[in-house]
Design a protein around this ligand. Structure first.
Ligand code: TXA
Ligand code: MG
Length: 318
C-alpha cells in the first residue's frame, strides 16, 4: 500500500481508527481528539496506563483557543516563538476537551508539530488529533517508520511515512503554576532557549514522589528491552562487565574496541543536536543486536545534553 497517502490517513482518522504520524520529534500514534472510541484504541494499542494524559496536536496557534482557556501571556509568547515546533504547553483545558484526553486533569497538553506531512493532514481534518509517541508504553520512542513497526509489532496501524524525525527526542513540556512557567519535561528545546525566549530563569518542576505531573516524568520510562547503565567512565564500566556482550552508546567517536563490544556513536563530532537526533535510533539499533547490556556514556550536562541524560537516566531505572 502507498505509505504516504495523506488522504488515506485522513479517512482512517475520520473513521475513528489510529494512524502513526511523523513529527519533527518522534512518530506519534494519532487519533481524533474528540472521539472516545478512537482514543481508547490508543490506550489499548500502547498498553498505556489510563493516568497518563495525551498531547493534543493542532494545525496552528490560532486553534489554541479551541483547546485551552485562561492562557497566560507567557504561554502566548512561547507559542509565538516556538510553534510550529517541539514545544508542548500544558494549559487549563477548554471544558469541551474529553477527560479521556487529560486523564481527568483540568489541564491539557497542546502543541503544533513541525512536519510538513502532518501539518498538511491537520489542515485537512475538521478536528485536532491526540498523539502520544507511537511505541509500546515505557519502550523507546520511534524516530522512523521501522521503529514504529518494531515497537508496536502486530498492533502497528497505517504509518504515514515522513522519513526520519529531525529532532529525534520528544517535545519540551512547559506548564504553569500560579502563572509561573515550569519545565515539566526536558526535550528537544533546551532550557536555555526557553529562558531566552521568556527573558527570565525557568525552573524544572520536580515531583517524583507524588503522582507525577507528567507521567513522562516517571522514574522508569523510555527504556530499551535490554538493561542499560549510564556511565561517566565507560572504560571502567566495560571492564566491570567484560564477561558480557556490550552495546556501547557513546557521545563522540570512540576508540575503545573489543570482540564483545558493539559501538554506536551519537555524534562523531560531538554535536548535541545530532546526538539527540540519533539517541533513540542508537538504542533501537543496539536492541536489535541483542547485546546483554547497554553502557551509555553520560552527555555533557548542558543544553540538549540535559535532555539526553534525562532519557538515559530513566532508561537505566530498573
Ligand atoms: O514530541 C512529543 O511530544 C511527542 C510527539 C508525538 O508529539 N509526543 C509525546 O507524547 O511524547 P507522549 O504521550 O509520549 O508524552 C506526553 C507527555 C506525557 O509525559 C504526559 O504525561 C504529558 O505529556 N502530559 C500530557 N498532558 C499533560 C497534562 N495535562 N499535564 C501534565 N503532563 C501532561
Ligand atoms: Mg512517550
Amino acid at each position: 500500500m502507498n505509505t504516504n497517502s495523506i488522504e488515506y490517513a485522513k479517512k482512517l482518522l475520520e473513521e475513528n481508527n489510529l494512524v502513526a504520524i511523523p513529527t519533527e520529534t518522534v512518530y506519534g500514534l494519532a487519533a481524533n481528539a474528540f472521539s472516545e472510541e478512537a482514543i481508547k484504541k490508543i490506550y489499548t494499542t500502547k498498553g498505556r496506563p489510563s493516568n497518563n494524559p495525551l498531547i493534543v496536536h493542532i494545525s496552528s496557534k490560532e486553534k489554541l483557543g479551541d483547546i485551552a482557556i485562561n492562557i497566560p501571556a507567557e504561554a502566548h509568547k512561547l507559542a509565538q516563538h516556538f510553534w510550529p515546533g517541539p514545544l508542548t504547553l500544558v494549559l487549563e483545558k477548554n471544558p469541551e476537551i474529553l477527560n479521556l484526553v487529560t486523564s481527568g486533569k483540568n489541564t491539557v497538553g497542546i502543541r503544533v508539530p513541525n512536519h510538513p506531512t502532518t501539518l498538511e493532514l491537520l489542515n485537512k481534518l475538521s478536528f485536532p488529533i491526540v498523539a502520544p509517541s507511537a511505541n509500546k508504553s515505557n519502550h523507546i520512542s520511534p524516530t522512523s517508520p521501522q521503529h514504529v513497526r518494531e515497537s508496536l509489532s502486530e498492533n502497528t496501524p497505517y504509518i504515514l511515512d515522513g522519513g526520519e524525525c529531525l529532532n529525534g527526542i520528544e517535545s519540551t513540556i512547559v506548564g504553569f503554576r500560579n502563572n509561573q512557567p515550569f519545565i515539566y519535561r526536558l526535550g528537544a528545546i533546551s532550557i536555555d532557549d526557553i529562558e531566552t525566549a521568556l527573558g527570565k530563569k525557568v525552573n524544572v518542576y520536580h515531583n517524583e514522589k507524588q503522582s507525577p505531573l507528567s507521567p513522562g516524568m516517571f522514574k522508569k520510562h523510555y527504556s530499551p528491552k535490554i538493561p542499560l547503565i549510564l556511565s561517566s567512565d565507560v572504560e571502567t564500566s566495560i571492564r566491570a562487565n567484560s564477561h558480557l556482550n556490550i552495546g556501547l552508546l557513546t557521545f563522540k567517536a570512540e576508540t575503545i574496541s573489543g570482540k564483545n563490544i558493539t559501538k554506536y556513536s551519537l555524534s562523531k563530532n560531538g554535536d548535541l543536536k545530532e546526538a539527540a537526533k540519533n539517541l533513540y535510533k542508537g538504542l533501537y539499533e543496539l536492541e536489535s543486536k541483542k547485546v546483554d547490556l547497554i553502557i551509555a556514556e553520560k552527555m555533557p550536562n548542558h543544553g540538549l545534553g540535559l535532555s539526553i541524560n534525562d532519557r538515559l537516566t530513566r532508561a537505566s531505572h530498573k
